[in-house]
Design a protein around this ligand. Sequence first.
Ligand SMILES: [Zn+2]
Length: 328
Amino acid sequence: MDSSHSHRSKTLVSNCPLCQVVVTGAQNPEFICELQNVVVTRGPFAQRWPGAVQVTCKRHLRDPGQLKYPHFIHSQAELYALENAIRTTTRAHHMNVVKFGNVVEHLHWHLIPRFEGETHPQKNPWELADLPAEALFHTSPKQPLDLLYAEITDSVKSLLKQAQPPYFATAFFIRPRAKQDQPDFLNKTLVEQHRAICAAPTEFECFLMQRNYLDFAWDTFGGEIDAGETPRVALHRELKEELGWSVDQELEVTRQWVNGMIRGFVYLVEPKDGRLLQDVPDRIPCDEVKQAAWIPLQDLLANTGNTYALPLCGRARALVAGLTDFSL
Ligand SMILES: [Zn+2]
């Protein structure tokens, strides 16, 4: 359903200052924490209103309406949790929550705690920009900023354990590393393939992609399940969008759990057209995919030097162990 245009708009933009905030992450001196959909930094109001934050969407979008609905709901849950965390941690009288987008066309919000004892309680923070910080308060809130933001981070993460992020569906494409074994293996049923992989995982390799956004991590092909889709329908749609491949069969091999809730469905998939015999399988260009390659399964299982992200390695380990569920 996603057009190539909306895919393009999600990719980070090199000359956008807020894309820079996303890419820089924890290297940024203003960095507070990273949630699933947003990066939280101190932003322009933190020096005057302790506890204020800037919340930047991890994708270069102008409007929340450009997010797929489950992402929209989850990003709103993150904002709500942050607002609560700041209000309770700072003992604010109330919170200002604003989205401007007048200067930078990259979705972001400012959350600003407002305190008892302010000299101009009825004015907006941006109307008070010219007032020196000491003139803002009759009695100014005093707490070291580092401690305050660490407390806010703990609080928001604990609140978000109760928020259900969108589900995903994702695919392992696997073949033997030895050329001569590939045709026979690919003729087997998926159940037989899975059994063979569990028996000798080091003899296999999987076709993975490197994301062209966010953390540029290697991952399995697949994506978030849209509202109204089953995992299987989402899997087929995503593989069509990212690879241009039609697949007619898939075998669910494991389910990924986070914080006691299911996050994703992991499948073993084979397009029955001989594509997996190719060392550089034909695929359509996709803006979300930087590159794709065959990678030994053993590299994911060992993960020497932490080259690969935890969820990807977890999926590989669950797959070869034959675990129907695994937890991160
Ligand atoms: Zn941007």
